[in-house]
Write a protein that binds this ligand. Sequence first.
Ligand code: OGA
Ligand code: NI
Length: 327
Amino acid sequence: MEFVSSWCNNGVLPPSYVHPSETRPGNLVVPPGTSIPVIDFAGHDRNQIIQKILKAGEEYGFFQVINHGVSETLMDDTMDVIKEFHAMSGMEKQRECSKDPNGSCKLYTSSLDYPAEDFHYWRDALIHPCNPAEECIKFWPEKPTRYREVIGAYSVEMRKLSSRILEIICEGLGLEKGYFSSDLSENPKIIINHYPVCPDPSLTLGLSKHKDPTVISLVLQGLIPGLQVLKDGQWISVQPHPHAFVVNIGYLLQIISNGKLNGAEHRVVTNRNAARTTITYFVFPTNESLIKPAKVLTNEQNPPLYKDCKFSDFFTAFLSRAVEPCT
Ligand code: OGA
Ligand code: NI
């Protein structure tokens, strides 16, 4: 198993990367004029922002935020560092990701279970925890030289921004204050995806259709398109918006909101002319966290749509590709 970035320059798409006609993107034409909502944190009062986020969470499960207060310099430095990381040789990346004997920092290609895959995905990835910082950072890569400094600062900002968004959602759903600033957001992870230039994007995928196994996820996608959201049976492209964050409702928040918010299905298509590197902050609970519909959102008319389940059990079911764990 070699990283796609190590051999993709030969210009050939190996047969194991060619997806069946039902799931391949085909001609990649996406309907014009469709896009996910863009929410301006500086342009509205708090009540308007609550309404807009709830509506986007119900209708799309996806939205972008602008004027979110995260420094553009830090966002640019982060993009530079993640591109530099994936530009290193396979051996060097492997060495930089093997510092924890428990393997908390994982470098892989395609998906976490490459040998079990019917078809491979055109991506390389790095995932590692980022909280508590002092326990995690010592196992992160030390190359590129600014990795720990920049990604450390970025993680702090993502924790703040995700808390802010979750407080808004908490209020919008009518949950008790601080509902999400608990074990539900204690174990966040950073994932850095790299989708190299691809000889034939119509036949393959960077990531197949999935819901994130998270509460919410915050994506910084740079200027190269590739992320698509399934809305009413149609794939719509998430248009790159300079210095915006793409936020998506994860499957855990779909459960907690008892189906009011939509853990939207999304996928990633590849690009013929430019490589695409993204960084996502996954809001994850602890393994012991109990995932269940919030009490105040259920009653006789609205019975719980999901069974209570421990996050570790949910995650096992998720990895074994159970379509809707906890139902
Ligand atoms: C993911 C994901 C989107 C992207 O890692 O779950 O959907 O554009 N990433 O890389
Ligand atoms: Ni995802």
